[in-house]
Design a protein around this ligand. Structure first.
Ligand SMILES: Cc1cc2nc3c(=O)[nH]c(=O)nc-3n(C[C@H](O)[C@H](O)[C@H](O)COP(=O)(O)OP(=O)(O)OC[C@H]3O[C@@H](n4cnc5c(N)ncnc54)[C@H](O)[C@@H]3O)c2cc1C
Length: 319
């Protein structure tokens, strides 16, 4: 990895773990620092700004995002990186920025990584063993350049509905902390255990409901809570594995199925929810079921909702 990223409109490079904190049974907080973060382009409010972390392919190896012989880098870096052997290129995964502390070259990115039992991947394994001094690579916004990666875009005055599982907790906490004081609505947050509930600042007009699963399946607390809140029977909509798009990403302006935003509304309840803006993120099958319930059964216009599959059970989220 060289430090020759000046020509790229984003930050690509190596960062070092400064601190590691086990927040609770399911969250590890890491603070990442490096001189390149002096060019970080993350400005308040960044809401659900996403970044990429690239975990080592072999313990101790720093993933190489750019060719070490490059004197510069153009936008072909991604295909060049993908062509490398896995042990050299490492494993790229998506995370949210929980906080930015410090300034200039002392700026540190704070990332909360979910740790879990069962099927594991490079992100989970890395976080469970992370220690100060470990190095990994990142892709993040560069100051002065458009980067994208923020999906939180409610129109002013909307009634807000925020729903997510533990992988969405970092993004949800930032959204809650950075909302205007006049915001109103409800956030439903499903976490593995009661001990994972976090203390988060939020406007008084926004109610925050934590839903510990305590061993139950993903979505079994979140889905019924959301549908009951919207005045529908608190049932979980059945979705078969074949129907799940692991890359589910539907926002008011984008659809992973390449559909134009279409009007799928049933002729019920359209007016009742016309002032709603919903942001829903978590396991793809759970989010697919919630999407079906909200759009098809309740008649909510999908242009009012961002539905995002943050991960998929049994699937490695390779880039
Ligand atoms: C925009 C966005 C923002 C995100 N922000 C965060 C964040 O801030 N913090 C965070 O922790 N995650 C976040 N995620 C989710 C994270 O990218 C995925 O959980 C990812 O799969 C983790 O990679 P991995 O290497 O651990 O597992 P992978 O290699 O992707 O998967 C390996 C196995 O682990 C399982 N698995 C993956 N994640 C979980 C989980 N949470 N619980 C149980 N099993 C799991 C998979 O189903 C698979 O069987 C975000 C995702 C997106 C798209």
């Amino acid at each position: 990895m060289t430090s020759t990223t000046a020509e790229l409109p984003l930050l690509l490079g190596t960062v070092e773990v400064r601190t590691v904190q086990r927040l609770s049974p399911s969250f590890v907080r890491v603070e990442l620092g490096a001189p390149l973060l002096g060019d970080l382009g993350v400005v308040h409010p960044w809401y659900d700004q996403r970044i990429k972390l690239v975990f080592p392919g072999e313990p101790g190896a720093v993933p190489a995002l750019l060719d070490k012989h490059s004197t510069g880098a153009d936008e072909s870096w991604f295909s060049t990186w993908l062509d490398r052997p896995e042990e050299e290129r490492g494993h790229m995964r998506t995370y949210s920025i929980r906080d930015v502390v410090g300034e200039g070259e002392d700026a540190r990115l704070v990332v909360d990584i979910v740790v879990h039992e069962g099927a594991t991947g490079p992100g989970n394994s890395w976080a469970l063993n992370a220690a100060p001094g470990d190095r990994l690579a990142i892709m993040a916004p560069r100051r002065g350049h458009a980067y994208g990666g923020i999906e939180w875009h409610p129109e002013p005055g909307r009634r807000l509905l925020i729903a997510g599982d533990e992988t969405a907790v970092p993004a949800i906490c930032v959204i809650l902390e950075q909302l205007p004081a006049s915001a109103r609505g409800t956030a439903f947050v499903e976490v593995p255990y009661a001990a994972d509930v976090q203390d988060v600042d939020h406007p008084t007009g926004v109610e925050v409901v934590w839903l510990p699963r305590e061993g139950a399946e993903h979505g079994t607390r979140l889905h019924p809570a959301v549908t009951a809140h919207l005045g529908a029977p608190a049932a979980v909509t059945d979705v078969s594995d074949e129907e799940v798009d692991p890359d589910l990403w539907e926002t008011p302006t984008f659809s992973s199925s390449c559909d134009e935003p279409v009007d799928e509304r049933a002729a019920i309840d359209v007016e009742r929810h016309s002032d709603l803006y919903a942001w829903i993120a978590g396991e793809s099958k759970v989010v697919t079921g919630m999407r079906r319930h909200l759009v098809r059964d309740l008649g909510i216009d999908r242009r009012q909702v961002a539905f995002m599959g943050y991960w998929r059970r049994g699937v490695s989220m390779r880039s």
